[in-house]
Design a protein around this ligand. Structure first.
Ligand code: NAD
Length: 488
């Protein structure tokens, strides 16, 4: 049971101070048991103006510091994350409902993201060349100015770290808008950044939902917007931010297909598929959502059902985020059943003793799903996997290619040749071979294809360097022939 760290009232963080004006607010609940844990302010345009102004004022001195000076702060911050690991883990658990181990892995990944950011002085090296006698061209990477980061509920600690360390180390200042469902982790991040020595105004937080996001997209002093969330909102944010001529990268939802061939290692495959669909209660944009079973894979499906039966809500399966999520997930299962699919394991109507107010859905396996069913096409975002049967690899790849999304795809096989076909032909940004959650580790970048991402480049790794900077090209001419010696 997580320890309650009571942040009873979340405040905006502007210019190094937490502040809250008299304004509309929204309650925050723990999905573990449905108890109210905090409230957030619904930030206004004026709050955003203040946060952007603080970031704008902090920009000149922050961007003029050397790269090496800026990274010293993130060395200290990374170590503070490690020192506060248990507390930060419990905070993620409290607001998001995932298991302790899952929440801890998230904070560990945040440390890895900081490690990449502090390595940037080693890899972001400016270029210089004598292009003709006495003439030099140089390219320098310069920060953009004030940038914004809008984050979802499913990784309260990790997703903010996809953007924050890289953008800041590269010399930008930031306004962050966390999900209104999980605002607490960001508060602690601000406190620890200050403790690490981050100057006031370099990092700011506003809270709220749609209205403040729209104000961010419209704000004339924000140069770039990064967004992570559902495809529906990613499209809105991408269109709105770019319509005011900002650069934008907007990551959306997912419908990840795992292609299982009959020669796959049965036990390993079954446990990987089940872990992928049920980890973090299926609320990962990299979670398995469809298993395409190719030819004779019944023995693997039987093992999957066995493995999934070992997953117990409230014990080794966390909660989903809200009562509405639980309802939405369950209605997908019911619809599939009504459409003729076979429910091999049914997670509906789950409740956990002592946490009756929490939002739990048990692991669910739906077989004989056809491509026209909503469980085959739409993002469910719960511990549910739909099995579609395919006669051969070509048909399976066609099914995967038919998805509007394209975050991840994976293949389970012992044949290198068949795996290679999936690696080449799957229409997704991140591919796994015998790996159910193929998240690239740093320094490899994270980002999907199709409607799982809008904008150029990925959100992390080397790709993000391009996003958070602009090139300054300087051509200089000195005249070596003149041999002027003005010391004499
Ligand atoms: P969401 O789209 O509901 O919310 C994301 C952010 O947008 C939040 O900060 C929220 O306040 C804001 N928002 C919500 N509605 C808005 C509106 N109408 N206009 C403007 N802003 C709005 O997403 P969520 O439910 O918090 O997160 C889950 C989704 O995020 C899933 O679809 C998941 O696949 C996706 N996700 C994708 C990735 C990825 O890498 N592609 C990573 C994590 C999560």
């Amino acid at each position: 049971m997580p320890v309650r760290k009571n942040i009873s009232e979340v405040k905006n963080y502007i210019n190094g101070r937490f502040e809250r004006k008299n304004q509309n607010s929204m309650d925050v609940f723990s999905p573990i048991d449905g108890f109210k844990i905090s409230t957030i302010p619904l930030s206004t345009r004026e709050d955003l103006d203040a946060a952007v102004l603080a970031a704008k004022n902090a920009f000149p001195s922050w961007s003029r510091m050397t790269f090496k000076e800026r990274v010293q702060i993130f060395f200290r911050y990374r170590n503070l994350l490690e020192q506060h690991m248990d507390e930060l883990t419990k905070l993620v658990q409290l607001e998001n409902g995932k298991l302790y181990g899952e929440a801890k892995a998230e904070v560990e990944k945040s440390m890895e993201l900081c490690e990449f950011a502090v390595s940037m002085p080693q890899i972001v090296v400016n270029e210089i060349q004598e292009v003709s006698k006495g003439v030099e061209c140089r390219t320098e990477r310069k920060p953009l100015g004030v940038v914004a980061s809008i984050t979802p509920f499913n990784f309260p600690n990790m997703v903010p770290h996809w953007t924050l360390p890289n953008a800041l180390v590269l010399g930008n200042t930031m306004v962050m808008k966390p999900s209104e469902l999980v605002p607490l982790s960001t508060v602690r991040m601000a406190e620890l950044l200050k403790e690490a020595g981050l100057p006031d105004g370099v990092f700011n937080i506003v809270n709220g939902g749609k209205d403040v996001v729209e104000a961010i997209c419209d704000h004339p002093d924000i140069k770039a917007v990064s967004f992570v969330g559902s495809t529906k909102v990613a499209k809105i944010v991408y269109k709105r931010a770019t319509s005011t001529l900002k650069r934008c990268v907007a990551l959306g939802g997912a419908k990840n297909h795992l292609l299982v061939l009959p020669d796959a290692n049965p036990k390993m495959t079954a446990s990987n598929v089940v872990a992928s669909m049920s980890g973090c209660a299926g609320q990962r944009c990299m979670a398995a959502s469809v298993m395409v079973g190719i030819d004779k894979v019944q023995h693997i499906i039987d093992l999957m059902v066995e493995a999934a039966k070992e997953i117990v809500p409230g014990d080794n399966l966390g909660s989903v985020i809200t009562a509405e999520s639980k309802e939405r997930i369950e209605s997908y299962i019911t619809e599939a059943e009504n459409d003729g699919a076979i429910i091999l394991l049914d997670g509906r109507n789950t409740s956990v003793n002592g946490k009756e107010g929490g939002y739990y859905v048990g692991p669910t396996i739906i077989d004989y799903v056809t491509i026209d069913m909503s469980v085959a096409r739409e993002e469910i975002f719960g511990p549910v996997i739909s099995i579609i049967r395919a006669k051969d690899l070509d048909e399976a790849i066609e099914i995967e290619n038919g998805s509007n999304y394209g975050n991840a795809a994976a293949v389970f096989t012992q044949s290198g040749g068949l795996a290679k076909q999936v690696m080449e032909r799957a229409s997704a940004g991140m591919i796994g071979v015998n790996i159910g959650v193929p998240v690239p580790r740093e320094p490899f970048s994270f980002g999907g294809w199709n409607e799982s991402k809008f904008g150029v480049g990925d959100i992390t790794g080397r790709s993000s360097i391009e996003f958070w900077t602009q090139n300054k090209k300087t051509t200089t001419k000195w005249n070596p022939e003149a041999q002027t010696n003005w010391m004499s």
